[in-house]
Design a protein. Structure first.
Length: 405
């Protein structure tokens, strides 16, 4: 049951949500039925009109031929041949008109497909691309970047500048809508800024081929893809061109803290995930997220972008994963992590606090706590909420226990 407040009547009414959706569905079906009836009515009238015109035309022609036959200008054979020809022509014309109507109806749907196929990507390769790979060695920088999403007027970033050290773990924290995810999309050239530039080691990312740039990046968004395939196939999706190795597969799963869970599945890494196919096994949200993390580790790209990598994990799973947090930068990799969890951000080498499209604070976890700014206040608030939640869990568990003898 759901409660709604009617401001006109100033009364609270209760209604069943199922009945509400059933009523909405019935209204849509009634509207569609009315539209179909109107369409069939128009088609029937058009068919009757065309049939009447054809009948009148045939009657007129036959009357003329009878008149000619009575005057000796035509034979009965001519009359029969004309009638047969007219009948066949009428049938052929009817088929042509019906097929033309079907073609018109189908073309209404195909028009959208052709419009879609005519779209051209706005992200293009430069005329003379650089041949070297865009592997971060020193810095990643956003220089006076101004950006707004297509079909919108409000700028997410305006005259924004930020420099991130390469081969380090950098965390960007902030509230929803602050522009954190936009930075990752600009870095991966899913979009280009309207003004300014995004650089890797001082080179504008627009100077590289899009394919070459994205081959150097592994990106994991907050809602990762759940492939209806085996565990191994899900992880291998991180780099389908890489030579497959069971050792590399399991190593990526261990880094994502999902290896032990996979071993307990019915067929291990060959277990079918999802319920699209018979015998599939589903996972929890946190386990799916760790499968996606393993996919990111398997890719072994020099630049790793993780958007809320622990959002679906419980506190225990998150704590286990954070213990291996530093492995992100093994072998010279650069990690760029977007999160609202300070327990995740605190393990980064440097933290940038983002607020309304701007960087308001920056430093290590300890330095930001000493600044007594927004980060420190939010950190204490988040800890306090965590303690309260933990205390509530303990109380719930204690009340569920049987009394001591």
């Amino acid at each position: 049951m759901m409660l709604t407040y009617d401001f006109a009547a100033q009364e609270i009414r209760a209604f069943d949500l199922g009945d509400h959706f059933a009523e909405a569905y019935s209204n849509v079906r009634e509207w569609l039925r009315g539209e179909r009836i109107e369409l069939e009515k128009d088609k029937s009238l058009a068919t009757m009109g065309a049939g009447l015109v054809a009948l009148l035309a045939m009657g007129g022609v036959m009357a003329m031929m009878v008149w000619r036959a009575m005057r000796g200008l035509a034979t009965i054979g001519d009359l029969g041949m004309l009638y047969r020809s007219f009948q066949q022509g009428q049938k052929l014309m009817r088929n042509l008109l019906q097929n033309a109507g079907k073609l018109y109806t189908n073309a209404m749907f195909l028009e959208h497909l052709f419009d879609f196929l005519e779209f051209e990507p706005t992200i293009r390769d430069p005329d003379e691309p650089r041949e070297d790979a865009p592997t971060p060695q020193e810095t990643i920088s956003f220089e006076n970047v101004s950006f707004r999403y297509p079909e919108t007027e409000e700028y997410v970033l305006q005259d924004f500048s930020l420099t991130l050290p390469a081969q380090n773990v950098t965390a960007i924290v902030g509230e929803n809508g602050a522009g954190k995810t936009t930075l990752s999309k600009l870095l991966g050239r899913l979009y280009d800024p309207q003004e300014g530039r995004v650089c890797i080691d001082g080179v504008n990312v627009r100077e590289y081929r899009v394919k070459d740039l994205r081959e150097q990046i592994t990106m994991l968004f907050q809602q990762p893809m759940r492939y209806q395939a085996t565990v191994a196939q899900n992880i291998v999706m991180g780099d389908v061109h890489r030579e497959r190795s069971r050792k590399a597969l399991e190593n990526a799963a261990r880094k994502a803290m999902i290896h032990e869970t996979v071993r307990e599945l019915p067929n291990g890494y060959d277990t079918q995930l999802g319920h699209w196919f018979e015998g599939g096994t589903d996972l929890s949200g946190g386990q799916w997220q760790r499968i996606a993390l393993a996919r990111a580790y398997y890719r072994e790209a020099p630049l790793v972008i993780l958007d809320e990598p622990t959002s679906a994990m419980d506190s225990w799973a998150e704590n286990k994963w954070l213990q291996s947090f530093g492995r992100l930068v093994d072998e010279g990799r650069t990690a760029f992590i977007i999160t609202h969890r300070f327990t995740t951000a605190m393990h980064a080498d440097i933290i940038h606090v983002m607020d309304d499209g701007e960087i308001s604070e920056a430093g290590t976890h300890e330095e930001l706590l000493d600044q007594e700014g927004h980060y420190a206040t939010s950190w204490r608030t988040q800890l306090e909420h965590g303690w309260r939640a933990s205390a509530a869990d303990v109380r719930d568990e204690s009340t569920a226990l049987p009394p001591s003898p």
